[in-house]
Ligand binder design. Structure first.
Ligand code: GAR
Length: 205
């Protein structure tokens, strides 16, 4: 493992999780460096956040390629060139192929706004809200070839109470993400995560 611990963040949208990681590194709670932002959306706010944070961006247009594998090979070359230790998906709204999944098996994580395996895929917060569950939450998991199917690393429950609405639930979910994701990234940076099949454990700090 190179030093400092080198992270690439993949994101397609607002980038609030990206920002949280930037701040967690700045305040010393995560001992790592964000070396690269990868985004499939040139106009996404996360690209501007990366610029402000002094993080290099690799922005690509998926429509310019015939196959996902083609742009993923280019991304893989960028990641290898920068000797990335961990790939952190933070609102990256595309399925990945084995080109990236196999190269970064056990070293690629995602945050999803539900308690998986409930409500995978798009609009997980809306799915949970419409279903009427009383407890939902967030999941950080390893990335495999499926849609939000990789081994679970950590979860945090969020209650849906009388008086909540979709907006207040979204706020609670995002607050939970802000708490949990930097902690999980710091476990990886410290080499504390142990994976055996679908069982992921965190060694004592
Ligand atoms: C987050 O809520 C994240 O959990 C979700 O996208 C949002 C991105 O927000 N990811 C997924 O739904 C993945 N299936 P952000 O751009 O502000 O970090």
């Amino acid at each position: 493992m190179s030093s400092p611990f080198r992270i690439a963040v993949f994101a397609s949208g607002q980038g609030s999780n990206f920002q949280t990681l930037v701040e967690a590194i700045q305040n010393g709670s995560v001992d790592a460096e964000i070396v690269l932002l990868v985004s499939d959306k040139a106009k996404a706010p996360v690209v501007e956040r990366a610029h402000k944070a002094g993080v290099d961006s690799y922005v690509f247009d998926p429509k310019a390629y015939a196959k996902r594998e083609e742009y993923e090979l280019e991304i893989a070359a960028e990641l290898e060139r920068r000797q990335i230790d961990l790939v952190v998906l933070a609102g990256y709204m595309r399925l990945l192929t084995p080109v990236l999944v196999d190269r970064y098996a056990g070293r690629m994580i995602n945050i999803h706004p539900s308690l998986l395996p409930s409500f995978p895929g798009k609009d997980a917060i809306g799915q949970a809200w419409n279903y009427g569950v009383k407890i939902t939450g967030i999941t950080v998991h390893l990335v495999d070839g499926g849609m939000d199917t990789g081994a679970v690393i950590a979860q945090k429950a969020v209650e849906i109470r009388d008086g909540d609405n979709l907006e207040s639930l979204e706020e609670k979910i995002h607050a939970a993400e802000k708490e949990l994701y930097p902690v999980v990234v710091s476990w990886f940076a410290k080499g504390l995560v142990h994976v055996e099949g679908r069982k992921v454990s965190v060694l004592q700090n």
